[in-house]
Design a protein around this ligand. Sequence first.
Ligand SMILES: C[S@@+](CC[C@H](N)C(=O)[O-])C[C@H]1O[C@@H](n2cnc3c(N)ncnc32)[C@H](O)[C@@H]1O
Length: 377
Amino acid sequence: MQLRFCVPALFGLEGLTADELRRLAMADVSAENGRVFFNGTWEDAAKANLWLRTGERVLLVLGDFLARTFDELFESVKALPLEDIIPKNGAFPVKGHSVRSRLMSIPDCQKIIKKAAATRLGHAYGLNMLPETGTLYQLQFIILNDRCLLLLDTTGTALHKRGYRPAASEAPIRETLAAAMVLLSRRRGDRPLCDPFCGSGTILIEAAMLASNRAPGALRHFAMEQFDNADAQMFRRLREETLEVLTPFEGPITGSDMDPAAIALAKENANRAGCSGQIAFTCAPFSREVLPDSGIIITNPPYGERLGTEVQARALYAQMGKVLAEGPNLGLYVITPDKEFERVFGKKADKKRKLYNGMIQCELYQYRQTARPAKRK
Ligand SMILES: C[S@@+](CC[C@H](N)C(=O)[O-])C[C@H]1O[C@@H](n2cnc3c(N)ncnc32)[C@H](O)[C@@H]1O
C-alpha cells in the first residue's frame, strides 16, 4: 500500500534530503521549507530510517486538511481511520506546532486533536476510556497557513542520534549537519580528508560512514519496530543488507584537536561507529603539521560564541588563512557564524551556503583551493 511520508530536515538541507530519498528510489519526492515528502511502503519507511544521513525523522502522514476552526480540526481528525494504525491499548500522545495560522494556541490544538483521536478510537474499539498502556504511537501536528498535517512518528529518538555518540565534547555539531557538509563537499572516497578542529570526531565519522557506504541507522532501533504491525523479519533483512553493501574504504581521513579529552572521545565514538581503523586522530594544536599535502578540510572551528571569545576565534581564522595561503593546496569547507570570516581568513569563498548549527545561523564557506598563487616580483 502506498503511504505518504514527511521528513523534517534542518533549514537549508531540504534539497540534500530530497536527493538522498531519490537515491533510495522513493517515489514522488518533493521538498518544502524544512521538510521533504515521499510516497512509499512501510518497508520504504524502514529504509529511510536506516539510510537517511541528513533527515531528522520519518513521519507517516495520517491526514492533510484545512483547519481554520477548532470544529474543523476536531471533525477532520475524527474522520481519519486511526484504528488502522493505533491498536486498542496504544498510547497516542500529541505534540506539534502552528505557524501563520488562525489556530495558534498549541495546548488547545493538542487537546482538540487528542479528544478527536480518542473519540474515533473509542468508537472503533467500543470503549469509553482507552487504556493507553501499550506501544507508543507519537502523534505530531504541523499547522501552517491553516493547513494541518497530522503525522505519526516512525523514528522515535531523532535520526541525528546515530548511536555512536552517547557523549560529545564541547559544542559538537549535529550528525545530520556534519553529514550534509561532507555530502556538499562532493568528496570522492579516495581524496584525503582532514578536520583540524575535530572535537568528538563527528564530521570525520560521518565521512568515513559515507565513504564505506555504512548505513547511519544500522546501530540503533526505531519507534516503528515496536508497532503492532511491525515486521521484525523485514527489519532483520534490511539490517543484514546494510552489511552486504559495505564498500572497502579508500582515502585517508585524519583529525586533530588540541583538547586531549576530545581526542579520547573521538576515538571512542569512531570505535562505536565501526570506523576506528579508518580515521587517524592526533592531539595537536592547529598548524601546517596536522594538514595533509592534498585533499580537503571540512571543519567546524570554534566560533567564540560557545567556546572561547570572538577575538580568539578570529586569531585562529587568520592563522588558518596564513597557513593555507602558503600551501598545501587544499579544498576547504568551513562552517562559522562569523560574517567577517572571509576578510579575516584573507580570501573570498568560491561559494557560500546558509545553514543552521542548532539555533546559530552560520555560513558554510567553500573554497576549491586555499593556496594563493605566488606574487610576481
Ligand atoms: C566547535 S568545536 C568542534 C566540534 C566538533 N565538530 C564535534 O562535533 O565535536 C571546536 C574544537 O576546536 C578545538 N580547538 C580550539 N582551538 C584549537 C586550536 N588552536 N587547535 C586545535 N583545536 C582547537 C576545541 O578543542 C574544540 O574541540
